[in-house]
Design a binder for this molecule. Structure first.
Ligand SMILES: [Zn+2]
Ligand SMILES: [Zn+2]
Length: 299
């Protein structure tokens, strides 16, 4: 399905214009309050009673702006449409209004840059950053909405972030954008981090342009054969938090051949406890073949 660009720009301008009034945002909030009581449809009078307006004609004026954009009207009253629900939830999540912060948190882990064992975690302007306390390398930067931070301890924020990163990444590499639900193309890309080149899995949303990056190895870590491999060594790979990943991934090899072609291939060698496991992946990072674990000589 294609959409005329001018048409969609006009509609987007209408949508943002419809929100350019505190009273109209208050209307959306009235629906949020009603939803908590189990109501999804409100009559004109119910909306009027929930707001502080001077006249019913003032409410009619505001509802005219919202109808068709964020509200739909039926015989029984008004209800939020899909876009209205999205905006209402973003208002409740505090994405537009709040900018919480927390005290920097110390964390132990293994720095991929200098192998030191301490990180500092900060949250500012909606970004959670995990940085090495010794060499200052940024291990993770992640945009986290205020609702994920408010009312939680620093440690709980970090754990929530870890789950979000994992979830968002799994969806993206599966070919769906975690932000908008659009189709994402998946591939490998060489990127440099602190002067070192490394292969990254990249999911790029063809609709909203959102990009998600993660080391190829971090993607392979959740393949059932790899999870089983680690499990036999007494490690639950699905529970390794992102700030401890490099402790496991540093021993791996990732080799990409024909990277510039339409058909690159990716070979990953997983190593742990004197054993190795080899996986072959296609350019879209689907696993083509797994070779049984081998004992490494000399270990
Ligand atoms: Zn470091
Ligand atoms: Zn998207």
């Amino acid at each position: 399905m294609s959409e005329d660009v001018d048409e969609s720009s006009v509609r987007a301008a209408d949508a943002f214009g419809a929100l350019a009034s505190e009273h109209r945002v208050a209307v959306l909030r009235a629906f949020a309050d009603a939803e908590r009581d189990g109501d999804r449809t409100l009559t004109f009078t119910q909306i009027y009673d929930a707001l502080e307006l001077e006249s019913t004609s003032q409410l009619s004026y505001h509802l005219d702006h919202l109808e068709g954009v964020f509200l739909r009207r039926s015989e029984s009253g008004y209800a939020l449409n899909r876009a209205g629900e999205d905006v209402m939830r973003a208002v409740l999540a505090g994405s537009f209004t709040e900018s919480p912060s927390f005290e920097p948190l110390e964390l132990s882990g293994t720095c991929p840059g200098c192998a030191a064992g301490r990180f500092e975690v900060t949250y500012e302007d909606g970004l959670l950053t995990v940085r090495c306390s010794d060499c200052e390398m940024r291990v993770v930067t992640y945009d986290l909405p205020p609702a994920a931070v408010v009312g939680r301890s620093e440690r709980a924020v970090l754990e929530a972030c870890d789950r979000r990163v994992r979830h968002e990444y799994a969806i993206a590499v599966g070919g769906t954008c975690a932000k908008c639900g659009g189709r994402a193309s998946v591939g490998v890309e060489e990127r440099s981090a602190r002067g070192e080149r490394a292969w990254y899995a990249v999911a790029h949303c063809l609709r909203c342009n959102n990009r998600v990056f993660a080391p190829v190895a971090a993607h392979v870590l959740f393949h059932p054969a790899v999870v089983a491999f680690y499990w036999r060594h007494g490690v639950d790979a699905t529970a390794i938090p992102f700030w401890e990943l490099s402790r496991y991934l540093d021993a791996w090899d990732v080799v990409v051949t024909d990277a510039e072609s339409d058909d690159p291939s990716v070979e990953v060698t997983v190593r742990n406890g004197g054993e190795s496991l080899a996986l072959s992946l296609d350019g879209d990072l689907s696993v083509r073949a797994v070779r049984a674990p081998e004992r490494l000589s000399g270990d």
